[in-house]
Design a protein around this ligand. Structure first.
Ligand SMILES: [Mn+2]
Length: 423
């Protein structure tokens, strides 16, 4: 059976909204024409709660793929705690971008409920064609801290007599060694014939438990990292031969340019930027995405604000999408400031440690529970997690207030205004 692995379509991705839709559509269309079944390891949509026009686009893409009738496999079995509403073999899991709190429908599940795809999250979907069977077990994207325990709890098993695929959507430590929480190859369940992952936006072909582990990468450019200059597309895997090919489906050209300026003056930086952008355009009229890194040392007497980088970029703005990173451009003064800041210590404590210890003593003063993880709280308050934490807390408070209200006799309060306010 020919299985198309299409991942991280990110329909609704705002920076390149049209690209995301067009490229998702052409990838699914090409996959429909070439494969017997399509499997999607997460991030079909870019947002947890996409607006209706974005959901509509997703519906169109999958409805058309199903109606064409050229996917010759059929869903012949499903082992899991939900119903499925189609036998068209487009089998998917939600990614981290679609993840909702447990027990709440996510947007990918909606496509499943509409019978446009089969949501195989924490379930096995069996696809049949002729006498052959392919079983796909899916694990939707989870927070990295939870995934190992969840896998142990679920303990996914291959299906006898089928070609077994384990499909997931996580960071993998061996590929991204940034956190001990990340799943390791060894944590993956054994006994499967093929492992398929999403989440990582560039293509990866490696192995787990001696079997192939394939990551097709996203169909749309999102991170503007060097590795994303490769072609976008999907992987076509043939279970009969165990071989796979990459099918490019076209995406906007992406070029990374690096400029290293020595004793940079406004004139020299302007000229370097222009040359770099001209060579990135390479005479083509294809509206490329260009990432321009500017680094080096600024000549004495000038500061970074004297450098005409944005003026040059503006001149190209109708012919290219350009993102500039000039954080590598330094003046002597800046260098000193940065080093001072980095080494900032007050007594023997770093600024962070000092902050945590002040927070801890203030919490004690106001009689906070001593069980509280001060480091974690400090993290929440000092990063962008703050907004979410406040929102969650507000939600919880309003829920508690509502429950309190229900518990009180209705006669006690004659109007909304009479309800005691939270301090
Ligand atoms: Mn993604």
């Amino acid at each position: 059976m020919k299985i198309a692995i299409v991942s991280d379509l990110h329909i609704g991705y705002e920076r390149f909204k049209e690209d995301a839709q067009r490229q998702a559509s052409s990838a699914i269309e090409a996959a429909t024409a070439m494969a017997d079944a399509i499997i999607i390891p997460g991030d079909v949509f870019d947002k947890r709660a996409p607006p209706p026009d974005v959901i509509a686009k997703g519906i169109e893409i999958f409805r058309d793929a199903g109606r064409k009738g050229s996917l010759s496999g059929r869903v012949v079995g499903f082992i899991g705690n939900r119903k499925i509403y189609t036998d068209v073999p487009i089998v998917a899991i939600p990614g981290t971008h679609e993840r909702t709190s447990a027990e709440r429908e996510n947007v990918l599940q909606l496509l499943g409920l509409a019978g446009l795809i089969v949501d195989t999250s924490e379930a096995t979907t069996i696809i049949g064609k002729g006498g052959e069977k392919v079983a796909v077990y899916g694990l939707g994207g989870l927070s990295e801290e939870r995934v190992k325990d969840k896998l142990k709890e679920l303990d996914p098993k291959p299906v006898e007599g089928a070609f077994n695929i384990f499909m997931f959507h996580q960071s993998i430590y061996e590929l991204l060694p940034f956190s001990d929480d990340f799943l390791r190859m060894d944590d993956l369940p054994t006994g499967f014939d093929l492992y398929v992952n999403g989440h990582i936006h560039n293509r990866v072909e490696t192995t787990a438990h001696g079997k192939e582990l394939l990551i097709p990468g996203s169909t749309v450019l999102t991170q503007l990292k060097e590795g994303e200059q490769e072609e976008k597309g999907f992987i076509l895997f043939d279970t009969a031969t165990g071989k796979h090919t990459f099918v490019p489906t076209g995406s906007r050209r992406f070029v990374v340019k690096r400029i290293e300026a020595e004793e940079a003056t406004p004139e020299s930086v302007g000229r370097l930027c222009e040359t770099a952008l001209e060579s990135a355009m390479s005479g083509a009229n294809d509206n490329p995405v260009i990432k321009l890194y500017v680094s080096g040392k600024i000549a004495g007497g000038f500061t970074i604000t004297d450098m005409p980088i944005h003026n040059v970029v503006r001149r190209y703005s109708d012919r290219a999408y350009i993102e500039v990173d000039s954080s590598g451009l330094r003046s002597d003064e800046m260098q000193e400031d940065i080093e001072n800041l980095r080494d900032s210590k007050i007594g023997e404590l770093s600024i962070r440690e000092l902050g945590e210890s002040i927070l801890f003593s203030r919490l004690k003063e106001v009689g906070f529970d001593s069980d509280i993880d001060v480091s974690e709280l400090f993290n929440i308050l000092s990063t962008q997690a703050r907004e979410k934490a406040i929102k969650d807390a507000a939600l919880m408070l309003s829920k508690t207030a509502q429950e309190g209200r229900q518990a009180t006799s209705p006669a006690q309060f004659s109007s909304e205004r009479d309800i005691p306010q939270q301090p």
